[in-house]
Design a protein around this ligand. Structure first.
Ligand code: DON
Length: 306
């Protein structure tokens, strides 16, 4: 495994076409696009890493996987009255379907869906209480109490968050929100601004590899059925309107973020985190996707076979 990821890392370091760093969040536009990291965590506790795998980056939409897991724990199937579970086929920040579908987002991973999930888990609590709960959960699944929020990124998102504010107010206009829109948005921006390394993220994904249990720590996080369902949502919706392309090229459940990270799950085999800040035209990590494609070719880990 170390040889495989060293090879992948060497290939990615040399790539000249690295995509574009997200520029609609000014703080993310400052990140050096020359970086690349990968970590592969196995259920037996072994972790293989290469490149900038210890560097912290903004996990952005990967955090939506964690808030969905928390929401399912708190609300169970009632989550599905707040968001759907179908791919949207539209960009991550699109508003068009919301009008046709009475303010109910297609899935929990597009921005509108993740904002609705925050409203569902707040349950009348203050933003800082909900954020503490989200951070506690992420620290628990990653088995690392040092994980925190990058306040500069959160502020940058807040200052340029007109699109997300529009989505939130539009949903609220259908009477769908139980908490003040500004509290929901502030909480959403902050959970997107959690910083993690590939090493920490790969650890955090382990519960989805082994039927809801992080076998490296022995902690049961969710039931086997719930882990399976979360994986299927990641496969269908985790890369927005690029989900079909990702399934075709990589064939693993995965969740991307505009910080350039991707967390991918090879059920029964490994949790894989990759990071390279340059994005493709859809907003998914360009080299991260290429790296996962190479990894799957070398390991045969695609859920669709060799
Ligand atoms: O709300 C936003 O636009 C960002 N906080 C998250 C978007 C994102 O990561 C989309 N991912 N590829």
């Amino acid at each position: 495994m170390q040889d495989i990821i060293d090879d992948i890392c060497a290939t990615m370091k040399d790539r000249s076409e690295r995509g574009q760093v997200a520029n609609y969040i000014p703080q993310l536009a400052c990140v050096n696009p020359g970086q690349f990291g990968i970590s592969v965590a196995l259920p037996n506790g072994q972790v293989f890493s290469a490149g900038d795998a210890a560097t912290l980056f903004s996990i952005q939409s990967i955090s939506k996987l964690f808030t969905l897991t928390i929401a399912l724990g708190k609300l169970g199937d009632a989550v599905w009255s707040r968001v759907g579970r179908e791919p949207s086929g539209d960009p991550f920040n699109s508003i068009v379907q919301l009008e046709h579908e009475s303010g109910k987002p297609r899935n929990p991973f597009i921005n509108a869906g993740a904002i609705a999930i925050v409203d569902a888990i707040m349950m009348g609590h203050q933003p800082k209480e909900t954020l503490a709960e989200i951070l506690q959960f992420v620290r628990f699944i990653a088995n690392d109490s040092s994980i925190g929020i990058d306040e500069k990124v959160a502020l940058s998102e807040l200052q340029t968050g007109d699109r997300n504010a529009s989505l939130a107010h539009f949903m609220a206009s259908f009477g769908r929100f139980k908490n003040p829109v500004d509290c929901v948005l502030g909480t959403y921006f902050h959970h997107c601004s959690i910083s993690m390394s590939c090493q920490q993220l790969a650890q955090a994904g382990l519960f989805l590899v082994s039927d809801g249990i992080n076998l490296s720590t022995g902690a049961r996080v969710v039931s086997a059925q719930r882990a399976r369902r979360i994986n299927s949502l990641m496969l269908m919706c985790g890369h927005y309107d690029g989900s079909g392309e990702f399934a075709y090229r990589v064939g693993l459940p995965g969740k991307s973020g505009v910080g350039g990270g991707i967390l991918a799950v090879a059920p029964g085999k490994a949790s894989i985190a990759v990071w390279s800040p340059g994005l493709d035209s859809i907003g998914n990590s360009k080299l991260g996707t290429e790296a996962l494609e190479m990894l799957v070719q070398r390991t045969g880990w695609s859920v669709f076979g060799h």
